[in-house]
Design a protein around this ligand. Structure first.
Ligand code: TYD
Length: 132
């Protein structure tokens, strides 16, 4: 699953750093929604769900957190601690976010608008659905 991590080009100069992300170029889908999570403390677990269809790209633009991806057979945990790292969470992959630094700002790019019916929030249901 290591291929889920992508390192973005940093367009830095003596004024500071800039990362530019274009849909279907740097991010492998058209971006339809952006949301971000902040003010989450260490010890808190977020996410804990999979999507039936939605693709997401997760980028920690400040601070750090860990994200565990689980395909139902194996789990892999990624440390996101640089603003030029992105983690792809495709459909039907269970994702949990944890080990948030208090200054963590986690940006999520998604290829669809928010649809609660696209969520699988129960892990046993997730395992049943991927078996089919
Ligand atoms: P939730 O899915 O619990 O967040 P996380 O998976 O990061 O722990 O979402 C928190 C609340 O925000 C919940 O009421 C649903 C709502 N929400 C939206 O309205 N739009 C969105 O795009 C997202 C991601 C969540």
């Amino acid at each position: 699953m290591s291929s889920h991590i992508k390192e973005f080009k940093v367009l830095g100069d003596d004024r500071g750093q800039l990362v530019a992300l274009e849909g279907n170029i740097d991010i492998p889908f058209s971006i339809k929604r952006v949301f971000y999570i902040y003010g989450t403390q260490d010890g808190v677990l977020r996410g804990n769900h999979a999507h039936y269809k939605a693709n997401q790209f997760l980028i920690v633009i400040n601070g750090s957190c860990k994200i565990t991806l689980d395909d139902g057979l194996k789990k892999e945990t990624f440390l996101l601690d640089k603003p030029n790292l992105g983690l792809c969470q495709p459909p039907m992959i269970w994702g949990t976010m944890h080990a948030f630094s208090s200054d963590c700002v986690l940006l999520v790019l998604a290829d669809d608008i928010y649809k609660e019916e696209d969520y699988i929030r129960d892990y046993d249901t997730f395992l049943e659905v991927i078996k089919k």
